[in-house]
Design a protein around this ligand. Structure first.
Ligand SMILES: [Zn+2]
Length: 326
């Protein structure tokens, strides 16, 4: 039996898993990081997390065949270069080279959302499909695209970034520097900005102030769900607008690339999927051309926190991806 490691590097955490060659997860380990943006220090932490995950799995380090790393960045997968990760404060870093000094294994690195959807496509809710788009709604909105079983990355490794598709010209400012991006309207950051505007400029009241007093800075998806269930007018409007906009983005997707299935995932969908999905579906169908979205399955991601690390480990384990290993 062969064994593989998958590591999901986020802005504030490192999550490592170990799988066997059948895709079975043998162990997981997670550590928090505090805005670490020094590549060497980060590599040390990744190596610690990796070793702990091995201990918990009962697998010796020498028995790991290869390691897949997923990062919040566009990635030059051919050269192992992390291109731009604002959450890690890194730009054009040969990160695999640095990590290799700490973990001497064949490695592969890709964008986290690409690996998350690859996980769902290979081992999760999209197993039945070949042509799949993954749309993950959390603080921001990430996307990843699989065509005939291949991850599509584009010539500059930026394909799939649906969160930065402009859905409203002159719309709200996005963290990326553009305005009117899907994420700036329908990601949690966009939802909160909309609520802020209603409260501060229009004098509206929201129960969010009681449930989550710090909501302007940070708010959990569960607080939004509670307010939605209480029929808080401002929150209901904000969520409905977000779901409608995501539905329209899905219609655009179907019109342009014609996927078989769209996987919806991320914190907001995990918490409020039953609210979002019907509205996304209704709008996807009514805004796509010539009933194009009628046969498109809208499915919920099922791998949760494992998706990204599992996708990275599984991608790395496949014979057909051997050439990517560094
Ligand atoms: Zn943007």
């Amino acid at each position: 039996m062969k064994y593989y490691s998958g590591i999901d590097l986020g802005g504030t955490k490192i999550y490592a898993i170990v799988i066997d060659e059948t895709g079975k997860v043998l162990g997981r380990y997670k550590i928090k990081t505090e805005g670490e943006n020094d590549a060497d220090k980060l590599a040390v932490k990744i190596a610690d997390c990796y070793l702990e995950s091995l201990k918990l799995s009962g697998i010796a380090e020498k028995d790991i065949t290869a390691l897949g790393l997923a990062v919040p960045s566009s990635v030059n997968v051919d050269l192992g270069i992390l291109k731009y990760a604002p959450n890690l404060g890194m730009k054009n870093v040969e990160f695999l080279k640095i990590l290799k000094r700490k973990i001497n294994k064949p490695m592969f690195m890709d964008n986290d959302v690409n690996m998350g959807i690859f996980g769902e496509y290979s081992l999760g809710s999209a197993r039945k499909y070949k042509h799949v788009y993954g749309l993950f709604v959390g603080t921001g909105i990430g996307g990843g695209y699989i065509l005939d079983g291949k991850v599509i990355r584009g010539v500059s490794y930026t394909a799939g970034e649906i969160g930065h598709m402009i859905v409203k010209i002159g719309g709200p400012m996005c963290n990326c520097g553009k305005s009117g991006c899907l994420e700036a309207i329908a990601g949690k950051v966009g939802i909160i900005n909309y609520i802020k505007k209603q409260v501060e400029k229009k004098g509206k009241k929201t129960a969010l102030s009681d449930i989550s007093p710090d909501w302007r800075k940070t708010v959990g998806s569960s607080a939004l769900r509670k307010c939605y269930e209480m029929e808080d007018e401002v929150v209901v409007k904000a969520i409905n607008k977000a779901a409608k906009t995501i539905g329209i983005a899905c219609a655009n997707l179907v019109d342009v690339v014609g996927v078989e299935a769209i996987v919806l995932g991320g914190g907001l969908i995990e918490e409020m999927g039953e609210v979002f999905t019907p509205m996304v579906e209704e709008n996807m169908k009514s805004y796509s051309i010539a009933d194009g979205a009628n046969g498109v399955a809208l499915i919920k991601a099922e791998l949760g926190d494992d998706a990204v690390a599992l996708g990275a480990a599984w991608f790395t384990s496949l014979e057909e991806n051997k050439n990517y290993l560094k």
